[in-house]
Design a protein around this ligand. Structure first.
Ligand SMILES: Nc1ncnc2c1ncn2[C@@H]1O[C@H](COP(=O)(O)OP(=O)(O)OP(=O)(O)O)[C@@H](O)[C@H]1O
Ligand SMILES: O=C(O)[C@H](O)COP(=O)(O)O
Length: 395
C-alpha cells in the first residue's frame, strides 16, 4: 500500500482528490468543516516537502453547472483551516486551469471548480480523467468519503499514473481503522447497529456476524426483530417483509456464537413528535396508537454492560430518533458508555451519516477513538465490498 511517505514532493505538483463535499447553510457558509480538517495532514506534508497541491473535489449533486454548488464558497474556509493562501480557478479542466497549474509555485495550493459540473466525472469518462491527470506529477487519493464511487477523479484517473500514485493520510487512516475493527480486533468485539431500517443494513449485519462476539441492534430496526419473534410493536416502524430475514439473522448469529442484544424496553410515544405523550413500555407489548422511538432504561443498562466489557466497538446508526430531544437519551447514553469503555482502553470507531452527526451534536467526537469521514463508503466497507477508489491505487 503506497502512502505519502513513499514520496518526496519537493518541486512536485500533487493532484489530490479530496472529499470537500461539506454542508453549507443558506448563506453558503460551511457548517461542518470536518472533512476539510481531515485533509489537512496530507496537504501539509506535501507543502512541507517543498511541493504544491492541486485540490479537486465534488460538492453535492449538481445538475450541470449550478452556481450554488461552486467550490468558490469554501475557499475561505480551506484557507483558514490549512493556514495557507488558496488560489481558486473556476473550471476543472481546460486552458485556464492548465495555466493556473503552470503558474503554481512550490508551497502553493490551487483548488479546482466542482468536478461534477462535468457529467464526465460521474460517468467515469476516460478522456476527462486523462485531462485531470495532466494537472499533476503525482496522484494522491485522500477522498475516503467518495472512494465507493468509480468516478473519473476517484478511480479512472489512477491508470494514468503508473507508480506515481498513493493514498493520502486520511484515506490510509480510514482503511486502517476499519481493518482494526473487522480483521485485527482485540476481543470481545461489539458492533452496534441502529438507524431506521433493516433493509439498508442487511448486508452489513450479514458480513459483520463473522467478525463480532456481540451485536446490539437498536433504533427503528428493533421492531422488525421483535415482531418477527411474536411481539406486539404497535405503530412502531416495522418492515413486515423483512421479518423472515430477521429470524434468519438471529439463527445465523446463534450458529456463529454471536450474542445479539435487542432493546427489552422502549420510550413509546403516541405521536411522531417531540411533544408527544410518552411512556416506558416492554418492547414486546406496545399497543396500537403507540410507537417506540428510543431505547428504554433497562435496555440502556444492558447495553452499558456489553459496551464496557468490549475491547473493540463499532457504532453505526443512532439508537432512537435523536433529532428530537425527547428521544435522544438512548443515543446520548450509548455515547457515554462508549466514551467510558474507550477511556478503559477499547478501540471505538463511529461511522455512517447519522451516527456521526449524533456524536458531533452530543460532544462525543473527541471521545471515541476514530470518527469516519465516510457515510456510504464506510457502509460499503462494512459490507465487505472492495471500494473502486482504493483498488485503483493498489493496481
Ligand atoms: N425507533 C425509531 N423509529 C423511527 N426512526 C428511527 C428510530 N430510531 C432511529 N430512527 C431514525 O433513523 C435515522 C438514521 O438511520 P440511518 O440508517 O440513516 O442511520 P446511519 O446508519 O447513522 O446513517 P447512514 O445510513 O447515512 O450511514 C435517524 O434519522 C433516526 O431518527
Ligand atoms: O458525502 C458523501 O457520502 C460523499 O461525498 C459521496 O457523495 P455522493 O453520495 O453524492 O456520491
Amino acid at each position: 500500500m503506497k502512502t505519502l511517505n513513499d514520496f518526496n514532493f519537493k518541486n512536485k505538483k500533487a493532484i489530490i482528490r479530496v472529499d470537500f463535499n461539506v454542508p453549507l447553510n443558506d448563506k453558503f457558509e460551511v457548517t461542518d468543516a470536518t472533512r476539510i480538517q481531515a485533509a489537512k495532514p496530507t496537504i501539509i506534508k506535501i507543502l512541507e516537502d517543498g511541493g504544491s497541491c492541486v485540490l479537486m473535489s465534488h460538492l453535492g449533486r449538481p445538475k450541470g453547472k449550478q452556481e450554488e454548488f461552486s467550490l468558490k464558497h469554501i475557499v475561505a474556509k480551506v484557507k483558514e483551516i490549512i493556514g495557507v493562501n488558496v488560489k481558486f480557478v473556476d473550471d476543472s479542466i481546460g486552458e485556464k486551469v492548465e495555466e493556473a497549474v503552470a503558474n503554481l509555485e512550490d508551497g502553493e495550493i490551487l483548488l479546482l471548480e466542482n468536478l461534477r459540473f462535468y457529467e464526465e466525472e460521474k460517468k467515469g469518462d476516460v478522456a476527462f480523467a486523462e485531462k485531470l491527470s495532466k494537472l499533476g506529477d503525482i496522484y494522491v487519493n485522500d477522498a475516503f468519503g467518495t472512494a465507493h464511487r468509480a468516478h473519473a477523479s476517484t478511480t479512472i484517473i489512477a491508470q494514468f499514473f503508473e507508480d506515481n500514485k498513493c493514498f493520502g493520510s486520511l484515506l490510509a487512516r480510514e482503511i486502517e481503522s476499519i481493518d482494526k475493527v473487522l480483521n485485527n480486533s482485540e476481543k470481545p468485539v461489539l458492533a452496534i447497529l441502529g438507524g431506521a431500517k433493516v433493509s439498508s443494513k442487511i448486508t452489513v449485519i450479514e458480513n459483520i456476524l463473522d467478525k463480532v462476539d456481540h451485536l446490539i441492534i437498536g433504533g427503528g430496526m428493533t421492531f422488525t426483530f421483535v415482531k418477527a419473534q411474536g411481539g406486539s410493536v404497535g405503530d412502531s416502524i416495522c418492515e413486515d417483509d423483512k421479518m423472515e430475514l430477521a429470524l434468519d439473522i438471529l439463527k445465523q448469529a446463534k450458529e456463529k456464537g454471536v450474542e445479539v442484544h435487542i432493546p427489552v424496553d422502549v420510550i413509546a410515544a403516541d405521536d411522531f413528535s417531540n411533544t408527544a405523550n410518552t411512556q416506558v413500555l416492554d418492547v414486546t407489548q406496545i399497543p396500537d396508537g403507540w410507537q417506540g422511538l428510543d431505547a428504554g432504561p433497562k435496555s440502556l443498562a444492558i447495553f452499558d454492560e456489553v459496551v464496557n466489557k468490549s475491547k473493540t466497538i463499532l457504532w453505526n446508526g443512532p439508537l432512537g430518533v435523536f433529532e428530537m430531544e425527547s428521544f435522544a437519551k438512548g443515543t446520548i447514553a450509548l455515547g457515554h458508555s462508549i466514551d467510558n469503555s474507550t477511556k478503559n482502553g477499547a478501540f471505538s470507531l463511529v461511522g455512517g451519516g447519522d451516527s456521526v452527526a449524533a456524536v458531533k451534536q452530543f460532544g462525543f467526537a473527541d471521545k471515541v477513538s476514530y470518527v469516519s469521514t465516510g457515510g456510504g463508503a464506510m457502509l460499503e466497507m462494512l459490507e465487505g465490498k472492495s471500494l473502486p477508489g482504493i483498488e485503483a491505487i493498489l493496481k
